[in-house]
Design a protein around this ligand. Sequence first.
Ligand code: C2E
Ligand code: MG
Ligand code: MG
Length: 272
Amino acid sequence: MHSETVAQWQLENDLRQAIANQEFELYYQPIINLKRDRLAGFEALVRWISPTRGFVSPGEFVPLAEATGLIIPLGDWILRTACQQMYQWHQQFTPQPGLTVSINLSSHQFSPDLVQQVEQILAETKLNAQFLKLEITESAMMDNVEKAIALLHQLKALGIKLSIDDFGTGYSSLSYLQQFGADTIKVDQSFVRQMEQSDKNKAIVDIIITLAQKLDMDVIAEGIETENHQHILKALNCEYGQGYFFAKPLKSEDATKLLAQQFSADHVDNSI
Ligand code: C2E
Ligand code: MG
Ligand code: MG
């Protein structure tokens, strides 16, 4: 118990140092239009490259950053860096209407200050709001649903897009789904992984895709690892996908190379 507390305390100290020393890097995982086989955007995923601990996954440090309030300065850096990067890509490859960057938002960032923060970062980085998507989980919104809906509508008024992350795993209510005003539903990777095991598991994915379509939302399947996953999802009419089968999260220079390849092949999806 004691050694666990010490370890936690050390991790917190290291995390504070990491923010001061800028030991973080953003990786970018491609999101693919499955129908057209084209790149539709990237999800930004934070990495901590610690001089003492090595590579620390967000699953380990994001919850601690949330518990200590460090997610506020870290979240600000993530938003700013991803918007700067996307602006740079749009400059480098001429504006591509379909190329968006999705950024994960912690429930702790979900306060009235957020709207002003996003507005300021967009102005500073000169990124057009239509190229920014924020990913939020249902659970984050359900903490205080009325407040969340008001905030989401203020964010949407800036012209940005919203995705519901890990759909189907959190505590949520279908009655609110429409009111969130989200543009996209992301099917959680646990459902994608289980699809092959039984028709009933596949039916869950099918229903989420149909639900999104009926509500006029885009749908992205997460965690596509095999050709068969892709095959099943295409048959279920899923429009977008993301996963190791296409690409792992990439360093920004590798994402730039991918963009260069795709542009020369005119392979960017301009539909979203
Ligand atoms: P998420 O937003 O649902 O991100 C998807 C996670 O699945 C990422 O893990 C990604 O690397 C991983 N993934 C993608 N394709 C596959 C696949 O085919 N198979 C498998 N097994 N995994 C795949 P990662 O980067 O470790 O992030 C984990 C979670 O940490 C994220 O889940 C998100 O909730 C949180 N996170 C990551 N980056 C950020 C960030 O910048 N800010 C905040 N607040 N949270 C973040
Ligand atoms: Mg996400
Ligand atoms: Mg997810």
